[in-house]
Design a protein around this ligand. Sequence first.
Ligand code: ADE
Length: 246
Amino acid sequence: MKTGLIGAMREEILLLKHDIENMKIDQLGSREFYSGTIGGKEVVMCLSGWGKVAAASTATSLINLYGVDQLVFIGLAGSMQPHLHIGDIVVADRLIQHDVDLSLLDGFQDVDPPFWKSFHFEVLPDAGKRALDAVKQFTVNLKEKKYPGISNTYQPQIYTGAIGTGDQFVASPEGKTRISERFPEVLCTEMEGAAIAQVAADYQLPCSVIRIISDKADENAHQAFAKFLFENISRISVEIARLMFV
Ligand code: ADE
């Protein structure tokens, strides 16, 4: 199985570049695609940039130009639930484009195939399990102190559930309420996952999304996000990503 691995930001996945054997780098448009193998398994890695368009464009290139069989996204998210704390990890079982609102088209039910009238995408059970197994193994390894670069006190909780995606960095109680009024089930919010899920669904390919909580999507989100990004994320996400290739 050839994996297309996407991160929105350098810190989220780029350290993994050093694990890629026989690496080839292609520049396509503004993006670099790193292809090769990790532990004998084929991978093509790319930084998408922020937002749904960037994510969808990257996912489409990975599928059409590199023939990947699955898409994996790893990155940060803002918590949408009081019990989800900074550092906790969410594995998507559903991805929802929370900023798509067709409610004023009430009664207009007939969207011709192949186009989507729902912007909710289920993660296929095998893909969800692969991601969850990697995250569980990561926390086992953490307990066994296998990662000298990651603090001993970091013991994240793992959650599986709905992830919300929209083209906005959510940083206020009002912003959170706008999302949770329509989608109370959303555990965390980010800017790429459901766009990748839509492209994967178009091509009937599996897709998994793993998000580490960097902030609470509130007034302190900017500072919390920056702090988590610079202090922690590269080591955490690279270790989780590695476990997707064992
Ligand atoms: N990614 C990380 N934190 C986020 C937030 N608060 N809103 C959107 N995307 C995010």
